[in-house]
Design a protein around this ligand. Structure first.
Ligand code: SAM
Length: 208
């Protein structure tokens, strides 16, 4: 995702929401923090996270704490516990409409995140679209391409569909309101399994 290094005065604490085992996390990114507060509804998340990243955390003396439960209920508690921390919504917001089964509730929650993040440096990586595509995932041209967009503007959807040889139907993850309008974002094509593609959006927001 867009590099956090582009932001000035990056805090030394990170609140990592929906971090799971940190499958998508680079050790170098984690090592830059003094403490990480992982919040996940999955009670196995901290064990899995340590299995994957324990050596990095130990080597760089990064403290790992864990809150187990629904981010939407625990967010205020996490923010109060870490008043200086930056916050990363780590690829779970795209699941929201599947949980709520109500697009209005999801849209309200997504817009609400921007309000709740006022005064913070925060970022999100989330699904925008997903579906079948017959492009060979080993073809680096499909997913290594640097797609960019501006939040609130139309996505370069047709070019993306052509590049992954999309077949219908595709799922809209209803995350178009997560990021404030007018922000430069990165779009990442990700072949989650052969024949199925996710299109992720990622950006950091200076909510200061
Ligand atoms: C797609 S995985 C994210 C994987 C993670 N980004 C990684 O790199 O490994 C989604 C994670 O978010 C968690 N999750 C989904 N909705 C959540 C919620 N409302 N509150 C807390 N955790 C949630 C799931 O338990 C799961 O661990």
């Amino acid at each position: 995702m867009a590099s956090i290094d582009a932001a000035p005065d990056v805090p030394q604490e990170l609140i990592l929401l929906g971090g799971s085992a940190g499958w998508m996390m680079s050790p170098a990114f984690l090592a830059r923090f003094k403490s990480i507060l992982l919040v996940d509804i999955d009670p196995w998340a901290p064990r899995l996270f340590r299995l994957r990243h324990g050596a990095t955390l130990r080597r760089h003396a990064v403290r790992l704490d864990f809150l187990c439960g629904d981010v939407h209920e625990l967010l205020d508690q996490a923010l109060a516990a870490q008043p200086q921390a930056c916050v990363l919504f780590d690829n779970f917001l795209g699941l929201d409409s599947i949980y709520t089964r109500n697009l209005e509730v999801t849209a309200r929650r997504m817009r609400g995140i921007r309000q709740r993040m006022r005064g913070r440096l925060w970022g999100s990586v989330h699904d925008r679209l997903s579906g079948p595509g017959t492009a060979d995932w080993r073809d680096a041209a499909c997913w290594a391409r640097d797609w960019t967009a501006r939040s609130g503007h139309e996505l370069p959807q047709q070019a993306f569909f052509a590049s992954v040889q999309a077949q219908g139907p595709w799922l809209d993850h209803h995350t178009e309101h997560v990021l404030p309008p007018g922000l430069n974002t990165h779009l990442i094509a990700w072949p989650i399994v052969p024949g199925r593609w996710h299109w992720l959006e990622a950006a950091w927001v200076e909510g200061r």
